[in-house]
Design a protein around this ligand. Structure first.
Ligand SMILES: [Zn+2]
Length: 477
């Protein structure tokens, strides 16, 4: 071989090797206060304004666990079909980063709050049950800002700033079991899992699950091995921060690891960084083993022992989960599996549901979101949900068409106005005089005015008018 390839085309890689994936997802909980102190857990305050001796790790300060965070974690565990521990402890995870003021993180180690569940997902009509290893509770770190370098990383930076506002915000980690058997679908399965998990968390109202703001962060584990062989060495691609990147990160690791294995070399167990621009990963630090963290039970906190009664109360308050609401909507709307997949893939399901709830017919709601609005989203390079139009406004436009007040063409103009920030549909109709005139007397007066204003009307001209109820009619002149 003249200079081993650094990547193998995806189809070839999948021909020769079987991937096993695993996902570790961190979710910042939307509690009012932090995990172990009373500081606000909100986003966007002045740097180092939302801190106190506890979350700064000052000597003599003592943590107290946030009951709401424990409740949220149990709800997540229940929604993911996990068992909830009747007794468990927090653990100290020792490692040293400037954004971690205590120089250890309070986490959970061998006694997680929730274990052994699953989440079902569907990809291209095929169902996959993703095993959930554990759901545990910990605290987030602060944030470092490296100033002066080209990349925003510490290498090449002139100096670094640290903001501890995020330190101590409750963080739940959801860890899957290894997922074998996905074959070529591995990247899509990874993305579908994170999407479904995000939707479950959103339905539970435990987090705002904004990947772009970091309240949902994903580490993607990938390994490759020849068919039938033992699983290969996995790499962990850190902090992949969009759904699309989850898919690309798995794909890129499969292509890279196949080249390593083809060359007869070993895949190194390490963390890797995903680069949005190139779609490639580069090595980070070599992966720590558990013993590097010197875990031990957190001596400053009492054990967590949720009573069976409390857990059952929480189970009873679980909302309808996304898979159940999809099945219900599909039946109510009379859609095929294919139609539902199209809605999900377009990110339009919630939007259509909200538009129907605002009064539009399911058919109209689908037509607007999958048609005109998808086109606008494509043109703008954004997602449907990010368009500056609400489901209620879409429902109003659909209603104006249904009542005959607007034609489809005029309705599209009204929609353009809404998207351009010119106001609600009714305001735009009024401002632009866009409404269809269907009153016959008004129409005839307009025809008379047009004829009178015309310099030389030809006597043989036949004038047709559109009457809303009666279709085209010859003008009675
Ligand atoms: Zn604090």
């Amino acid at each position: 071989m003249t200079g081993a390839a650094t990547v193998v085309p995806y189809a070839e890689a999948i021909d020769r090797y079987e991937p096993v994936i695993g996902l570790e997802t961190h979710v910042e909980l939307g509690t009012v206060t932090k995990m172990f102190c009373g500081c606000p857990a909100s986003f966007g305050a002045e740097p180092n304004a939302a801190v106190c001796p506890v979350c700064l790790g000052l000597p003599g300060s003592l943590p107290v666990a946030n009951r709401a965070a424990i409740e949220y974690t149990i709800r997540i565990g229940l929604a993911l079909n996990c068992s909830v521990a009747s007794w468990c402890r927090f653990a100290r995870k020792n490692y040293f980063y400037p954004d971690m003021p205590k120089d250890y993180q309070i986490s959970q180690y061998d006694e997680p709050l929730c274990t052994d569940g699953w989440l079902d997902i569907a990809v291209d009509g095929a169902g996959f049950r993703i095993g959930i290893e554990r759901v545990h509770l910990e605290e987030d770190t602060g944030k470092s800002l490296h100033v002066g370098g080209a990349t925003g990383r510490i290498h090449g930076a002139d100096y670094s700033l640290v903001d501890y506002n995020r330190a101590g915000i409750p963080l739940v980690e959801v860890v899957t079991k290894p997922v074998p058997g996905t074959g070529a679908l591995a990247p899509v399965v990874a993305r579908a899992y994170v999407t479904e998990l995000r939707d479950v968390l959103r339905a539970l109202r435990v987090s705002d699950v904004r990947m772009e703001e970091g309240s949902l962060r994903c580490d993607v584990n990938t390994s490759l091995a020849p068919p039938g062989a033992e699983w290969g060495t996995r790499t962990e691609t850190k902090n992949v921060n969009s759904l699309r990147s989850v898919e690309r990160a798995v794909r890129s690791e499969i292509e890279r690891q196949a080249a390593v294995l083809d060359a007869g070399r070993r895949v190194v167990q390490e963390t890797r960084h995903f680069h949005e621009d190139s779609g490639l990963t580069t090595p980070g630090r070599s992966k720590e083993e558990a013993q590097d963290y010197r875990y031990f039970p957190e001596p400053d906190l009492v054990p967590v022992a949720p009573s069976a009664d409390w857990v059952e109360q929480l189970r009873a308050t679980l909302p309808e989960l996304p898979s159940a609401s999809r099945a219900r909507l599909q039946a109510e709307w009379g859609l095929s599996d294919l139609d539902m997949t199209a809605l999900s893939n377009a990110g339009a399901l919630d939007l259509v549901a909200d538009t129907v709830a605002a009064g539009a017919s399911p058919a109209d709601a689908r037509k607007w979101w999958l048609g005109e609005l998808s086109r606008h989203a494509n043109d703008a390079g954004t997602e449907l949900a990010a368009l500056p139009v609400t489901p209620a406004q879409v429902a109003r436009i659909a209603g104006l068409v249904a009542s005959g007040a607007l034609t489809d063409r005029l309705a599209r103009q009204v929609l353009d106005g809404v998207l351009a920030g010119q106001g609600d549909p009714d305001e735009i109709v009024a401002a632009r005089g866009l409404a269809v005139v269907s009153d016959e007397a008004t129409l005839l007066a307009a025809v008379d005015a047009a004829i009178a204003a015309s310099p030389r009307p030809r006597s043989s001209t036949t004038i047709w008018i559109w009457a809303a109820a009666g279709g085209w009619r010859r003008c009675p002149r």
